[in-house]
Design a protein around this ligand. Structure first.
Ligand SMILES: [Zn+2]
Length: 83
């Protein structure tokens, strides 16, 4: 059940392309315009990009996720040493 939901979410993410304006992903077959920023002004789009952390081209989230995974693995490794 949970795995199926995850697979559907993955498939849904695959169909989505990041918006060139705000950087948030959306399905271009469902939306002619980006649902996140099409109704916003240039200034408001800038604010949206800052709050979501999507600065042009930078991919901050995967790296911090990898760092977190690395820290968790080190903690598990250390715990195994003491057990
Ligand atoms: Zn957008």
């Amino acid at each position: 059940m949970f795995a199926a939901q995850k697979l559907i979410q993955m498939w849904y993410d695959l169909k989505q392309k990041p918006c060139p304006r705000c950087g948030l992903p959306y399905d271009r077959r469902l939306h002619q315009q980006c649902p996140h920023c099409s109704h916003l002004s240039e200034r408001e789009t800038e604010d949206l990009r800052e709050t979501t952390g999507n600065h042009s081209g930078s991919r901050g989230i995967p790296w911090s996720f990898l760092a977190l995974a690395g820290i968790v693995m080190v903690i598990i490794f250390l715990l195994k040493q003491f057990v």
